[in-house]
Design a protein around this ligand. Structure first.
Ligand code: FEO
Length: 403
């Protein structure tokens, strides 16, 4: 066991015993440029309890951190707040090794874990609102179905006012610091928003309900301890307010123009549209998909009000980079967007219609006429592109003013 890995005390009886993944750069399609952490927590109650585990290759790191505080064999209960393998990958081996008295999960989690792994030990399925005594302390559980898996739940340790929130309020950020107040707030804001946009966004209506429910519960929090990234101890109202804003998805005066181009014709159109949007008073982000990653677009759209997409036509289809980002975004279900489509073609020109079709499926309100041009756009076409930009800016300003 590598004894340089140490636990980090986060409250009187709770330690962080997770792992730092400095090198991960892809999280099923979401680019994680700053790595990540898999957070696990040790509660030193009468019944010593491990809350969540880590991704399988990081088992030894977690065990070493636990061993810096207690003998891992002294763990009596293990709670799985979320079955996804970045938090449960080493769970079967840990159960086998420790043979805890109880393994605890939500009702769906108890089934999911058995479907994912050959776990022979019975898993105690807890209900929403149920309490489990740890002897001198109590854990209570709150189902958070579809945030972001059906099995997901929160655990709350009332004696130390800690909410163990699994993926919620997390971010992919590998750091040597464990707490929010030790990290540059601009990095917290950016990585928190990127995480929300790429993981949590489709479930925004549930986030709003959950925030209301937690507020109504009267629970007090000194600490929110998520399964990724820093532990919140100072900026809890800040991150909760940010979640409320991201979940509401109210459009702002921002436009995102995404394009892919073969010989710069579609790019010229993108630039003319962007200039029109900016002239109309919008903040504009122009994103070539040769340069940006799909998860950058998800981040930029989080508080945007307009989404305009262009592609050249290649072999009767939109370019692969555009198909990629649209497929990804469709699944993330951003709402309250308006937009349009544009592009250049050589002899058929299907790409613009295909983009329009996806935007309509995404419930993007289509503004003006999509613009399609054979080969290189002349001044007349570029003027139309510019005018499309100003038209969208006018419509978006109306919408934002009416909120
Ligand atoms: Fe961090 Fe949904 O797993």
């Amino acid at each position: 066991m590598k004894d340089f890995y140490k636990a980090v005390k986060i409250s009187d009886h709770v330690y962080w015993v997770g792992a730092i993944d400095w090198n991960i750069r892809d999280f099923h399609g979401y680019t994680t440029r700053r790595g990540s952490t898999y957070n696990a927590y040790l509660v030193l109650a009468d019944k010593i309890t491990l809350i969540d585990t880590v991704k399988a290759p990081f088992k030894e790191e977690m065990l070493s951190r636990i061993a810096s505080v207690i003998d891992p064999g002294d763990i009596r209960y293990i709670v799985s707040n979320h079955s996804e393998m970045d938090h449960s990958g080493c769970l079967p081996e840990i159960i086998e090794m420790i043979k805890p008295e109880k393994v605890i999960a939500s009702h769906i989690g108890s089934k999911t874990l058995k479907e994912l792994f050959p776990i022979s030990q019975e898993i105690l399925a807890v209900k929403d609102g149920e309490h489990v005594s740890l002897g001198n302390m109590t854990l209570s559980f709150m189902e958070t179905r579809m945030l972001h898996w059906p099995d997901s739940m929160f655990s709350y340790l009332a004696e130390e006012q800690i909410l163990f929130s699994q993926d919620a309020f997390g971010m992919h950020l590998a750091t040597s610091e464990r707490f929010d107040d030790q990290i540059d707030p601009s990095i917290l804001r950016y990585e928190g928003a990127t995480y929300y946009a790429n993981i949590i966004l489709p479930y925004s209506p549930l986030v709003l309900k959950l925030l209301d429910r937690v507020a109504a519960s009267g629970m007090a929090f000194k600490i929110i301890a998520p399964d990724h990234g820093p532990i919140w101890r100072r900026n809890i109202p800040w991150i909760v307010d940010l979640y409320a804003g991201w979940a509401a998805q109210k459009p702002t005066l921002r436009a995102v123009v995404v394009y892919a181009t073969m010989w710069h014709s579609t790019e010229m159109m993108a630039m003319a549209i962007s200039e029109g949007l900016a002239a109309g008073g919008l903040n504009v982000k122009l994103m070539s998909m040769d340069v940006f990653h799909r998860s950058d677009v998800a981040y930029e759209l989080l508080d945007a009000g307009a989404f305009i997409v262009g592609s050249s036509t290649l072999n009767n289809h939109m370019l692969p980079h555009i198909a990629d980002v649209l497929t990804y975004l469709k699944g993330l279900k951003p709402t309250n967007l308006m937009g349009s489509a544009f592009g250049s073609f050589g002899w058929s020109g299907e790409a613009v219609r295909q983009i329009q079709s996806v935007l309509v499926e995404m419930k993007v309100e289509m503004v003006g006429e999509a613009i399609s041009v054979r080969h290189v756009p002349d001044k007349g076409v570029l003027d139309k592109c510019y005018a499309l930009g100003t038209l969208i800016s006018d419509k978006l300003k109306e919408r934002v003013a009416g909120q």
